[in-house]
Design a protein around this ligand. Structure first.
Ligand code: FES
Length: 109
């Protein structure tokens, strides 16, 4: 039941369908290689981010109202492109290449 999706030659992994992303505003991966990756759609842009906070490593969560990734530990906030909106974090979140193809949202680990 948890069979991994077939590997793609281009190295991208599917996180779900474009409809899923459109309806929920975010996608999370079931794939171990992308365990901390979140895909969000904000300002008509699809972004794939590593939610591991660059301050001390807590997991940032998507705030769909504010359109930021907010870290529950010390209040850092990150813009959808990963850049810091609010400290104490100083470095941006890691981002990943993302694209859509055949109605799939694909991320390169
Ligand atoms: Fe995220 Fe400190 S670990 S703000």
């Amino acid at each position: 039941s948890d069979a991994p999706p077939p590997a793609r030659e281009d190295g991208f992994i599917s996180l779900g369908s474009v409809e899923e992303l459109e309806s929920s505003g975010l996608l999370k991966s079931q794939d171990a290689a992308l365990a901390s990756v979140l895909v969000v759609k904000a300002n008509d842009q699809i972004q794939a981010l590593d939610t591991t906070c660059t301050h001390q490593g807590c997991t940032a969560e998507w705030d769909s109202a504010e359109k930021v990734l907010a870290c529950p530990c010390h209040g850092s906030k990150f813009n959808p492109d990963g850049t810091v909106a609010n400290g104490p974090a100083e470095a941006p979140l890691k981002t990943f290449e993302v694209k859509t193809e055949d109605n799939l949202v694909l991320v390169k680990p």
